[in-house]
Design a protein around this ligand. Structure first.
Ligand code: PMP
Length: 341
């Protein structure tokens, strides 16, 4: 094999292959929320044509949803592609990427692929991010790129807007705020992109809009940063069916918001019920609840009850993350937990 050294050492991101009828492992949304949109793709849609590489209609829908200018947006094949694109755009071999600890594991994978270094910072009590430590680490290590996941995956903890901005202010280099789950909280800094020339906010259609299958993400930043990222973006990176479906969904913001409101009620229910069972659960600002349990093989026992959740290893051994699903799915999870714990 002739792969480069950094790829030889890479551990792949593991997607759980187990099938359960209650699937609460990947923070996916409601299966019916925008299902109807598939039906009205329409006769004026042509599969032979490449997509509009400016993605103008999608960007106009994002402009209306976010309140920015069209020049502030880049779109991607999931926010995954945009995170990868930003790493490729801003970080060279041996330069440093700083993120939180723990956080979304893909950041360190993107870092490895480009042969950069990676550190996590800000680990606080009960997984609450110690923002002063993050800033201290930025000052000490001068990372070329900082990635802040807010709300944080997998813990669900939230960093207040003002604290995020303190982090952005602490460096002249680029800071990405990954707001994949921000619709479930209220600390977005997306309205600050014109005030900070090093701020990029990354968002996705996969979570609150419940459209992980169409792989659509977007980033918002000042025009100069977007122009730079656009130099690295492959042409036609988002397929035209996804662009169309995302455009239509963004125009139905109220539908998404009502789903989010109901989900938050369910999230608090799961959190409270886990605490009632004596399980150490963590307050979440996302569409999942993080918890720990010493029960042996808990995830496997849940699978035996037809419920799939996410389990972690290494430093997070005995920690789990359950997606907030439909009321029926959440009840199935809680009933199985009651039986097992
Ligand atoms: N960021 C975070 C924090 C995530 O949890 C995920 C998906 N789990 C992503 C980005 C990527 O999402 P997508 O590519 O579906 O937009």
């Amino acid at each position: 094999m002739k792969e480069k050294q950094s790829v030889k050492e890479l551990q792949p991101y593991v997607v759980n292959p187990v099938v359960c009828s209650v699937k609460l492992d990947a923070n996916e949304g409601n299966k019916d929320l925008f299902k109807d949109l598939i039906k009205d793709i329409g006769d004026d849609f042509y599969l032979n044509l490449y997509p509009d590489d400016n993605y103008t209609q999608l960007k106009e829908a994002i402009v209306n949803y976010i309140g920015c200018k069209i020049e502030n947006i880049s779109v991607g094949n999931g926010s995954s592609e945009l995170l990868d694109l930003c790493v490729k755009t801003f970080v060279d071999t041996n330069e440093l990427i700083l993120s939180l600890d723990p956080t979304f594991s893909m950041y360190s994978i993107y870092a490895k692929i480009v042969n950069s270094r990676y550190i996590g910072a800000g680990e606080g009590n009960d997984f609450i991010i110690n923002v002063d430590d993050v800033i201290k680490s930025i000052k000490e290590n001068d990372p070329k790129l900082t990635i802040i996941c807010n709300p944080n995956n997998p813990t669900g903890t939230i960093i207040k807007r003002d604290d995020v901005l303190r982090i952005v202010k602490s460096t002249d280099n680029v800071v990405i705020v990954d707001e994949a789950y921000m619709e479930f909280s209220n600390e977005s800094v997306v309205d600050e992109i014109e005030n900070y020339d090093n701020l990029i906010v990354v968002k996705t259609m996969s979570k609150a809009f419940s459209m992980a299958g169409i792989r659509t993400g977007y980033l918002i930043a000042n025009e100069e940063l977007v122009k730079t990222i656009e130099k690295v973006r492959p042409p036609y990176n988002l397929n035209s069916i996804s662009a169309l479906l995302a455009t239509k969904a963004l125009k139905q913001k109220d539908k998404m918001l009502s789903y989010v409101e109901n989900l938050k009620v369910e999230r608090e229910k799961i959190y409270e019920k886990l605490l009632d069972m004596g399980v150490k659960a963590y307050k979440s600002g996302a569409n999942f609840v993080f918890f720990s349990s010493k029960v042996d093989n808990l995830a496997e026992k849940l699978i035996d009850n037809d419920v799939l959740i996410r389990k972690f290893g290494g430093k997070l051994d005995n920690y789990y993350r359950v997606t907030v699903g439909s009321p029926k799915e959440n009840e199935a999870f809680l009933n199985a937990m009651k039986k097992i714990v």
